[in-house]
Ligand binder design. Structure first.
Ligand code: ATP
Ligand code: MG
Length: 767
């Protein structure tokens, strides 16, 4: 019987085929973007199944996002030509670890119906603990502690394992103790936070070798996508599962040695220090066992060191670089043919990433045509940038392209606002991937709620949303009382509030707080008659303590939220008054309700990992915004290299067209600031790049003279250049100076987008 090559194998190149067919032992596919790593993983599952090497339930496949997991399932069905009976364990680290944890919850002092806390619950709980311990929440904000705990959990550290030096940074050395108390409280509440899904799963495996052995036996094959972005906890979890089930003593793992040495116990195994790159989050020096672990299982990890973009969240690119140490006898396969992008795009991306020093380096080639050059377009400001991109998209549409083939990838989420508004105006369907739409973000909804109450005191929903945000001692009980009053007398909540403060139904403290709030709203309402609505918004955000709440917040996404708030104020400038603005918002919110079939995708670069689109727009390539100033300030050279990898990820998402934009001016608080085009633009090979004129209306006259430093002198562009945009800018500049005055502090630039906006699992957590 002649062997027929199954359909799913026939299209693969020899290296890909080797990666699919090498089923025994550890395999690492270390290869660049678009070389078919994800496709190899999917084929591998198909191959395992069709060879009868395992049943679906014996395969564990880890993806970086839930979306990627869904896609893989879909492709798998297509490859096999039939739906898979019984599903492989296919999902993110957290979803799979969570599933296992639920099955054995009682072994880690939880019940199987435990709740997963969101960030708000988490903060509330931590605040209680701080109060009980007499720790000043102003000096030591609960959110800071939440951030620390999250970081420790990412590194697989239980409370007893947190290095003393790190625990000391919070609450005069009480950080570690608070972490322990927090974990105890979670158990009492039958709850886990997001980080616990993995951490408690690791503890479960360590403390119950029989349970671990059960899963080790079950999972005959393990597959991991985007391995370059795994953090220590994910690594430890994987290592535990990837070991062949051992009867007695299981050898210790790399991370475990580290934990041991932290707790200062003796009995240290023979270890050698491993050199590691400087990390923003100071990890103790890693150590590694010299003796090989027991023969590892059939694990296949794929990744690309040039696409490691989650270092700021604890991902360790070392994990991929040391794969063959961790899994002795690993077969390392490199793929060099890129199937995604045209020649110009691939050349541009490869040339850019070659500026990084800390990389393995790899060759990528394509057999595709050169195609269109990567375009770089300067717009006058972000508004023109959005207009220009909107027009280009409409042009593509007229030429027969589907909107599904178009994506806009931004560095920071605040950039989305301009595009969303533009698309609503144009009637272009769009979807935001990996996060809420701009006006649906929690901080934006909060800010809008304040404005809505000012505009319309009877807006109960808005009032209730912010009555205790930021916290001012008006908790659930107070709100309940207001509701009772309001219902009885058929009056709005804010009126009920007025009535209640005149009685002694509330405790003095709550009464005072409510009275202050009412007075504030009266004042703001009076101001709204005489002040510009943008200024009013700033006053309200300031006086209500709302901005301050986020300024004090040390969690990773706080800075992004502050930028979004600034962007909100900026978006108001385009409207006559508060009323007009709020009407626009309700229109936007309303329109966004339906999920269109064909729509432009809008997302951050972080969320774009693993995806591909025919046409990719990359706006905002300006110094400070991209690379992000904050990342540079905080992480120096390592930060710059991570930003560059992010740029590389962005470019390599494009199949046929990559279109870069920068705005020569960005506006903050009505004050204009001239920007410098991103250094990444200078790092593109001139041969593969074409400078084009903005279609946004002002006719940015960019042509000629594009040497290596062609973008260095923005002033030169600006000076010979007068447009409606420019006039608008002048007018606004004058207005800005008349109002609040003053430039902006470079360090607080809303350009420095930094972290914060990411897709993947943090999204599910913070949604
Ligand atoms: P990334 O690093 O961005 O995640 P990747 O290495 O995972 O990229 P894939 O997404 O698997 O790459 O593949 C990129 C594109 O190339 C996909 O459209 C895929 O279908 C296609 N492709 C991969 N291998 C082949 C092949 N042998 N023949 C034809 N197309 C292929
Ligand atoms: Mg991939």
């Amino acid at each position: 019987r002649a062997a027929v090559t199954p359909q799913y194998l026939s299209g693969l190149n020899p290296e890909q085929r080797e990666a699919v067919e090498t089923l025994d032992g550890p395999v690492l596919v270390l290869a660049g973007a678009g070389t078919g790593k994800t496709r190899v993983l999917t084929c591998r599952i198909a191959h395992i199944l069709s060879q009868g090497r395992a049943r679906p339930g014996e395969i564990l496949s880890v993806t970086f996002t839930n979306k990627a997991a869904r896609e893989m399932k879909l492709r798998l069905g297509q490859m096999l030509g039939h739906a898979v009976e019984g599903m492989p364990w296919l999902g993110t680290f957290h979803s799979i670890a969570g599933r296992i944890l639920r099955t054995h919850a009682e072994l880690v002092q939880l019940k199987s119906n435990f709740t997963v806390l969101d960030v708000d619950d988490q903060i509330r709980l931590l605040k209680q603990l701080l109060q009980a311990d007499n720790i000043d929440d102003k000096r030591w904000p609960a959110r800071m502690l939440a951030g620390l705990i999250d970081g420790w959990k990412n590194r697989g550290l239980m409370p007893s394992q947190v290095p003393a030096g790190e625990a000391a940074v919070f609450g005069n050395g009480r950080g570690g103790k608070l972490y322990a108390l927090y974990q105890e409280r979670l158990k009492i509440l039958n709850a886990a936070d997001f980080g616990d899904l993995l951490l408690e799963n690791i503890r479960l495996f360590r403390e119950h070798p029989d349970v671990l052995r059960n899963y080790q036996n079950r999972f005959k094959f393990i597959l991991v996508d985007e391995y370059q972005d795994t953090n220590v906890a994910q690594y430890l979890w994987l290592r535990l599962l990837a070991q062949a089930p051992s009867s007695s003593t299981s050898p210790r793992l790399r991370g475990e040695v580290e934990l041991r040495s932290n707790s200062g116990e003796g009995d240290s195994p023979r270890v050698e220090p491993v050199e590691r790159a400087p990390h923003p989050d100071p990890l103790p020096v890693r150590e590694k066992i010299v003796a090989p672990a027991s023969p590892p299982k059939n694990i296949c990890c794929v990744g690309d060191d040039d696409q490691s973009i989650y270092g700021w969240r604890g991902a360790e690119v070392d994990n991929i670089l040391r794969f063959d140490h961790d899994f002795p006898g690993a077969k390392v396969i490199r793929l060099e043919r890129n199937y995604r992008s045209t020649g110009h795009i691939l050349a541009a991306a490869s040339h850019l990433i070659a500026h990084n020093e800390g990389r393995l380096g790899k060759t990528l080639r394509t057999e595709d045509v050169d195609g269109e050059k990567v375009t770089v377009t300067g717009a006058w400001d972000s508004e023109e940038e959005a207009r220009a991109i909107g027009e280009e998209i409409e042009e593509l549409q007229r030429a027969g392209h589907k909107l599904n083939d178009v994506a806009i990838l931004v560095r920071a989420s605040f950039q989305m606002r301009e595009f969303e508004d533009r698309f609503v105006t144009l009637g272009l369907p769009y979807r935001v991937i990996g996060g809420p739409r701009f006006y649906e973000r929690a901080e934006i909804r909060d800010a809008l709620a304040y404005l809505r109450v000012i505009n319309s005191p009877a807006d109960d929903l808005a009032f209730e949303r912010i009555v205790n945000v930021p916290k001012r001692g008006l908790g659930d009980a107070t709100v309940q009382m207001l509701h009772d009053h309001a219902r009885k007398r058929r009056i709005p909540l804010s009126e009920a509030a007025r009535a209640v403060v005149e009685t002694d139904e509330l405790k003095p403290k709550a009464r005072g707080a409510l009275r202050d709030l009412i007075a504030s709203f009266d004042r703001w309402r009076a101001q709204s008659e005489v002040t510009l609505h943008t200024e009013l918004a700033e006053i309200v955000l300031d006086e209500s303590g709302y901005t301050e709440m986020w300024q004090k917040d040390r969690s990773a996404d706080a800075a992004g939220r502050l930028e979004n708030l600034k962007e909100l104020v900026r978006s108001m400038e385009e409207f006559e008054n508060l009323q007009g603005f709020l009407e626009h918002i309700s229109l936007v919110m309303d329109r966004e309700g339906g999920a269109e079939d064909d729509a432009v995708s809008l997302m951050t670069l972080h969320s774009a990992k693993g995806l591909e689109f025919d046409n990719v727009f990359l706006p905002g390539w300006e110094e400070g915004l991209f690379p992000s100033q904050r990342t540079l300030d905080e992480q120096g050279r390592a930060g710059l290299e991570e930003e560059r990898r992010l740029a590389h990820v962005g470019l390599t998402r494009a199949r046929r067209r990559a279109k870069l934009y920068f705005a020569t001016n960005r506006r903050i608080h009505g004050t204009w600031s001239t920007t410098i085009p991103s250094r990444f633009l200078d790092e593109l090979p001139a041969h593969n790049v074409e400078i084009t004129e903005s279609k946004g209306g002002s006719g940015w006259g960019g042509s000629g003279g594009y040497g290596p430093s062609r973008f260095d002198n923005v002033e030169a562009f600006g000076s010979s250049y007068t447009t409606p945009g420019w006039q608008r800018a002048q007018a606004n500049r004058a207005r800005g100076q008349g109002g609040r005055g003053g430039g902006f502090d470079e360090r607080q630039s809303p350009f420095s987008s930094g972290r914060g906006d990411t897709g993947g699992f943090s999204r599910t957590k913070r949604a």
